[in-house]
Structure formats: C-alpha cells, structure tokens
Design a protein around this ligand. Structure first.
Ligand SMILES: NC(=O)c1ccc[n+]([C@@H]2O[C@H](COP(=O)([O-])OP(=O)(O)OC[C@H]3O[C@@H](n4cnc5c(N)ncnc54)[C@H](OP(=O)(O)O)[C@@H]3O)[C@@H](O)[C@H]2O)c1
Length: 334
C-alpha cells in the first residue's frame, strides 16, 4: 500500500515530489557487489512508502541501471517520476575514462535509448550529465527543448553546471533542476554561486551523494571495506591520510547524531534538507533497510542550534582530499 511522504516542488513551476528521492546508481555500478533482487525490492518498497522520485543515468552500468529501473517500475509507471541523464560517454576498454558529448544529434539518439531501456513513453526529467565545453550550451539545451516539444521528455535538468551555464541554459528553455554534489563534506556550490543562481532562477537543487558516497553514515571504517572494483578506492577522500582525517570528522557527526537521537545518515540528510525547501536530495542505496533509515531523516528537524553545532564540527571545506580524481574534476562546474 502506498503511503505519502512530505513533498517538495521541483523548481518554481515544477511538480510536487517526495522530498527525498532514491539514487539507483549503486545498484548497478561503482559501489561493489550487485544484488538485483534486493535492488528491485528496494525500488518497490520506495514506491510503497510514497517515495516517487527515482534517479538513474544511461552511463550507470553502462545501460544496466536504466534496464533495472525499467523492470522495477513495470506496471507502476503512473506512481513514479523518473530522472535520467545523457552526455557522459564511457570507454569499454578503460573504466576510468570519461568523454562528454552535448551535440544535438547525440541528444536525439541518447533519448531513444533511455526510453527503450526504461520501457516508458516519456522521461519525466532529462539531465545533461556533464556540460560539454566544446558545444555551446544553447545548442545542447535547444535539442533537449525539442524533446519536450515532441513529448519525449517533460522537464529539463543540468548536472554540475556552473552558475553562468545555468543562466544561459534558462534563456533557451526553463531548467527545473540542477543536480550537483552537495553534502556536509561537499559544499562547492555555495562558494561557486551555483546554489544562489538556482534560487534566482527558480531552479531546484537535487543534491547527489548527500551521504558522502556512504562515508557520512559512519558505516565505512577502512578502505578495506570496499570491494576490489569499488570506485571509491580511487577517490582522493577515501585514501590514506585523507581517509583517517575524514573519519575523525565523521566521529563528530556520530556524536551529534547520538545526542540528537538519530543516526549519522539521518543527520547528514537532515542537514541537506534544512538548507532550503527547494532542495530534493537523492540518497543512494540498494537495500530496503537503509532506504527506511534514510526516509526517517524526513522526521528529523534541525533548529539553528543543531545547524550551528554541525557547522562547528564540519565547516565548509573541512574534508581532506578532492571529491573526484583529478581527471574527473575537469567535468564539474562546466
Ligand atoms: N550527477 C552525477 O554526476 C552523480 C554522481 C554520483 C551520483 N549521482 C546520483 O546520486 C545518487 C546518490 O549518490 P551516491 O549513491 O553517489 O552517494 P550517497 O547517496 O551519498 O551514498 C550512497 C552509499 O551510501 C550507502 N548508504 C545509503 N544509506 C545508508 C545508510 N542509511 N547507512 C549506511 N550506508 C548507507 C549506500 O550503501 P548500499 O549501496 O550498500 O546500500 C551507498 O554505498 C546516485 O545513486 C546517483 O543516482 C549522480
């Protein structure tokens, strides 16, 4: 039976969605072993609980995650708002390599693949996953706007775009959401002006990795916790001295969570939710147990004192190490 959760609007004129969504990426890629059965059960449980905002992308898997989401929502299409993305091109021979493609013809072919894999008639929110600096944003968003006019897509989004790019994009077609990394340990969009620009333009912020790729939950105690092919082994924040220093920060979050009577994951999500009603985080998990815990964050209300205490132990810029390996940093804030 479907229940309801608190809702938030996706941008100034967008639809009302559950205040948190579900990131599906880790079900198929980057974060260790897959468990398809539990992943499908997790998506079904999300819908049962009234969480109706699912996030995927063509490059997760690649392609496997859209197929998985497509299977999970079969027969329940009307209950769910699906966001997917195009524009990061992977190299089958080099798992770490990333290309970016925002050319109009690529936009037109990518959407057909996503519609087919998801098994839907339209995509609710279609993001450009990374800005392609070799193609004017007006051309890419122009092609995306054609998809809206053709009924293949309802709303448009950008991911990791700069304030200036977002402003240019909105002149071509309304942008409903900016999806960028945002959490206690990644606050770049505050300093870069991207968050302020979202507010000026009435664009929702959809924070990805709001749990710091799992680190802020306190569940990750050592790099040895990761499977051999886990992406996080290559991320600067999860390596050597950085790992140890970041663990000390998380210990403080754990202490505050204990005092507040919630879990560290819930406190980290409550912090993101408290940054504004225009923010809809998409914590990722492949387990029903974590999903329920994360939904519980919606009942944790932080007052000014709680927020100040978190700010004191985890000020902006406190995390040790970059959030991406050097080669991948070039794709952000485009
Ligand atoms: N636009 C972009 O460039 C971009 C980049 C990255 C991610 N994303 C999207 O954002 C979504 C969320 O980000 P993310 O998955 O990278 O990071 P996240 O939500 O910060 O963390 C996910 C990790 O935390 C673990 N976890 C979740 N809830 C937990 C809990 N209550 N207790 C302990 N551990 C918990 C998950 O474990 P299990 O998986 O084992 O359940 C997973 O390893 C992704 O799924 C994807 O859809 C977008």
């Amino acid at each position: 039976m479907t229940t309801t959760l608190p809702q938030r609007r996706l941008g100034r004129n967008g639809p009302l969605l559950s205040a948190i969504g579900l990131g599906c990426m880790g079900m198929s890629d980057f974060y260790g072993k897959r468990d398809e059965e539990e992943s499908l059960a997790t998506i079904a449980h999300a819908l049962d609980r009234g969480l109706n905002f699912l996030d995927t992308a063509d490059m997760y898997g690649p392609y496997l995650n859209e197929q998985l989401v497509g299977r999970a929502i079969k027969g329940r299409r009307h209950e769910v708002f699906i966001a997917t993305k195009f524009g990061i091109v992977r190299d089958p021979h080099d798992p770490a390599a990333r290309g970016f493609n925002g050319r109009p013809e690529y936009v037109r072919t990518s959407v057909e693949g996503s519609l087919r894999r998801l098994g839907v008639e339209h995509i609710d929110l279609y993001y450009q996953h990374r800005v392609d600096r070799s193609v004017p944003i007006e051309d890419t968003v122009g092609a995306m706007a054609d998809l809206v006019r053709a009924g293949k897509v309802r709303w448009l989004g950008l991911s990791e775009a700069s304030a200036a790019t977002l402003e240019r994009a909105c002149k071509v077609h309304p942008i409903a959401a900016l999806q960028s990394e945002y959490s206690l340990w990644t606050r770049d969009i505050e300093a870069s002006g991207a968050l302020a620009m979202c507010r000026r333009l009435g664009v929702a912020l959809v924070p990805y990795s709001p749990l710091g790729r799992g680190f802020l939950t306190g569940a990750i105690r050592s790099p040895a916790d990761f499977d051999a092919d886990d992406y996080r082994r290559h991320s600067p924040r999860f390596q050597g001295e950085n790992f140890t220093r970041n663990l000390e920060l998380v210990a403080q979050v754990e202490a505050l969570a204990a005092a507040r009577g919630c879990t560290p994951a819930q406190l980290a999500l409550a912090w993101v939710l408290a940054q504004g009603d225009d923010i809809l985080p998409i914590p990722g998990t492949k387990r029903r147990r974590y999903l329920d815990e994360n939904i519980g964050a919606l009942s944790v209300t932080l007052d000014a004192e709680d927020l100040a205490a978190l700010d004191a132990v985890f000020p902006a810029g406190a995390a040790a190490g970059a959030r991406y390996p050097q080669a991948m940093m070039s794709g952000v804030n485009g």
